[in-house]
Design a protein around this ligand. Structure first.
Ligand code: ADP
Ligand code: MG
Length: 682
């Protein structure tokens, strides 16, 4: 009888009914489940030199018992057993808690091997692992599994030995030989051996590389397989835009497109024209010029007789977009309309009628655009700006809304590539990785909070040159709980400070929409010189004349947010400055401030942010939807992810993947996951 990895665990020698039940409590039913139960860490039992071992670190020593053991009973089955052990020329104390029964195995003159935490000051080892005799009898490394209280590590390792002997490796190999060879990965059998019975830390690393790649490859095959299926199912919407008109429009713009903008415009137009439905993410750092790219794609769709929509997270930003796009597009006979929460009932009703009749070509607004009664005649393309602010739920509403148009999400929060291709795995990604020419790097300085005066002098110098400034505060009003600057106070201080010379305005989220709009308009028209604001100006606002930004309590903001805020300056041709006021207490906080002064590249900062905060925090819980991996770590294994992505793409395109025996295990796993039918799709 041949054995299979899918046999029940009880087929393995030494696993009877009782053990089988214990394993079941750990979620292990088949042999496969057992061998795929990876240890969460490995115990290092290599001998260490105590002189070189830092305080509180784990050590293993071999030595000779030098004293009679002494026991102290502490009541309630608690005890403290102590003995002196000589290791090399070091005499140390070994302390065992609640293991008084070991007393008989600790007579003077005996050789013992002990492991535990090293207390350097007291020259004492708090023993966690003990064995009679010299170290040679014991493994250097031992895996530690998460077994709760179901079973001892030692018993589990014995079962694992039998399990590995039972499956004998090779016939469950999922990776083709040329991949194993090209990336120098161990076979499944060897990798199992190395992860469950490692001889060195290198074994574990080597094995881990294989499992990480395998896991990510399967993940990518699933994602891309599903994307393929979706595109098949959604074939049909072809947008025959008028190329001459689109070219004309581009030529009318007051600037030449960057080559990145041209590339992305081509990507978008090609997809509009193809029968595939667009489901795309456009990433572009602050100031990379996403708005005009959106305008071009929307215009293309409009020339084909479709309607367009552009949605922004705040009313201010939506208004700015409406103003820019109207200015650009109205000369080309495009009817632009604006809809927000503040739109009056009558105007709204009127607008909705025109939208349904097709009189309106382009609707711009806030999420008022996705209310149920907002109906388009024939939407061709829907774009959302700064989409990370929209929840996953809103994304779905948009996609499900009526006619299921092409959708493009734009974001200036550079999402690290690693997250983009996983969290947004089912989307295509375009990247604007170039800023328009002539922009100067924003000069960023990190200063302590007591150095305000010289900063204000520097600000005034800019103001005297006719430039404007932002001052950002974390809070609106004074708070008893937090000792952080609030916008109201800072506004009064600066009003006094600049009295008679420069005007200071105040902006925050609690202002009435009309007031916000009025203040924003005054700032962009230059009536207000200094705008004190909370983070409401974070996204999108465009006032190129502002060249100076002061951020209070910068340590309270995440890196990506600081980068967004900073992106409000440096939008014109003049040199801009950003001052971060912060006294961070933690190393991480200091590192963040340092990073801000070192780079203006949002992608680098996003990667840094991810590294400092971890993937879960990066998007916030609700939006994360991140897949869980057994071994892979998206932050550290991003290279493997990239490799796996390319390989998956290649596999799905190749004949051999669908036909050769070598890929059978992979194909089966893919089919089991429901991501693909074995039938060839093309
Ligand atoms: P973001 O990508 O941050 O949304 P915007 O679309 O607001 O950037 O563009 C920032 C500024 O750059 C705007 O004033 C815009 O008109 C201008 N701009 C966009 N593309 C170009 C270009 N190719 N050359 C010069 N200026 C450009
Ligand atoms: Mg923008």
């Amino acid at each position: 009888m041949s054995t299979s990895i899918h046999d029940p665990v009880t087929s393995i020698k030494g696993i009877g009914k009782t053990t089988g039940q214990q394993l079941e409590a750990l979620g292990i039913i088949s042999v496969y489940d057992l061998v795929m139960m990876f240890p969460y860490r490995h115990e290092d039992y290599r001998l260490k030199d105590l002189l070189e071992t830092p305080h509180n670190e784990q050590v293993t020593i071999e030595g000779k018992v030098e004293s009679e053991p002494s026991i102290l009973f502490l009541g309630k089955n608690r005890s403290r057993l102590q003995v002196r052990v000589l290791t090399g020329r070091h005499l140390v104390k070994a302390v065992f808690f609640n293991q008084h029964y070991l007393k008989n195995r600790l007579a003077p003159g005996m050789i013992v091997t002990i492991s535990g935490k090293w207390d350097r000051g007291r020259q004492l080892i708090n023993v966690s692992n003990f064995s009679d005799g010299p170290k040679t009898d014991q493994a250097d490394f031992e895996p530690v599994y998460s077994l709760k209280t179901v079973m001892h590590q030692k018993s589990f390792r014995r079962l694992m030995r039998n399990a590995l002997d039972y499956v004998n490796g090779e016939h469950i190999e999922s990776l083709p030989a040329d991949i194993l060879q090209a990336y120098r990965l161990p076979t499944i059998g060897a990798a199992m051996e190395m992860v469950h019975f490692p001889k060195s830390p290198e074994d574990v690393k080597h094995a881990r590389r294989r499992f990480v790649y395998e896991e990510l490859l399967l993940f990518q095959l699933k994602m891309q397989g599903m994307k393929k299926i979706r595109k098949e199912a959604e074939k049909g919407m072809v947008i025959h835009y008028d190329l001459a008109k689109v070219k004309n429009f581009i030529a009318s713009l007051p600037f030449e497109l960057t080559s990145a903008q041209k590339r992305v415009v081509n990507e978008l137009c090609a997809e509009l024209k193809s029968p595939m439905r667009m489901n795309r993410l456009l990433q572009g750092d602050v100031g990379s010029g996403k708005t005009v790219v959106a305008a071009i794609a929307l215009y293309a769709s409009i020339t084909a007789g479709f309607q367009g929509a552009l949605m922004a997270p705040t009313e201010i930003l939506a208004e700015q977009h409406a103003a820019s796009l109207a200015e650009w597009l109205e000369p080309f006979d495009v009817t632009v309309a604006f809809l927000a929460g503040s739109t009056k009932v009558k105007a709204r009703r009127n607008l909705l009628e025109k939208l349904e009749s097709g009189e309106i070509d382009l609707l711009i607004g806030t999420h008022a655009l996705i209310q149920p009664d907002v109906l388009f005649k024939n939407p061709g393309l829907v774009i959302t700006d700064e989409q990370h602010r929209f929840g996953v739920e809103q994304r779905r509403i948009l996609r499900d809304k009526g006619l299921n148009p092409n959708v493009l999400f734009m974001t200036a929060t550079p999402i690290p590539r690693t997250l983009a291709i996983t969290a947004f795995g089912e989307m295509d990604v375009s990247v604007l990785d170039e800023l328009p020419a002539g922009r100067k790097e924003i000069e960023t300085h990190w200063m302590k909070e007591d150095s305000l005066l010289p900063i204000l002098q520097k600000m005034e110098k800019e103001l005297n040159n006719g430039q404007q400034a932002y001052v950002i505060c974390p809070l609106i009003e004074e708070s008893d709980k937090l000792d952080v600057q609030n916008a109201v106070d800072v506004h009064s201080q600066l009003t006094v400070h600049f009295s008679g010379r420069h005007t200071v305005g105040l902006m925050h989220g609690r202002l009435h929409a009309d007031d916000k709009e009025a203040i924003m308009r005054e700032f962009s028209e230059g009536t207000i010189d200094v705008l004190v604001s909370t983070t409401v100006v974070e996204v999108g606002v465009n006032v190129p004349n502002a060249t100076f930004m002061l951020i209070y309590d910068a340590g309270r903001f995440g890196l990506s947010q600081l980068h967004q805020l900073r992106g409000r300056v440096g939008r014109g041709a003049k040199q801009s400055y950003c001052i971060l006021l912060a006294d961070p207490k933690t190393e991480e906080g200091k590192e963040r401030m340092q990073s801000m002064t070192e780079t203006n590249d949002g992608f680098i900062l996003a990667e840094k942010d991810l590294e400092l905060r971890g993937a879960g925090d990066f998007f916030g819980k609700k939006q994360s939807g991140m897949p869980e991996f057994k071994m892979a770590d998206l932050v550290h294994d991003y290279r493997a992810l990239e490799t796996a992505r390319k390989d998956a793409e290649r596999f799905l395109e190749s004949n051999s993947f669908w036909e050769d025996e070598e890929y059978e295990v992979l194909r089966n796993q893919l089919e089991e996951s429901g991501a693909l039918s074995k039938d060839r799709i093309d």
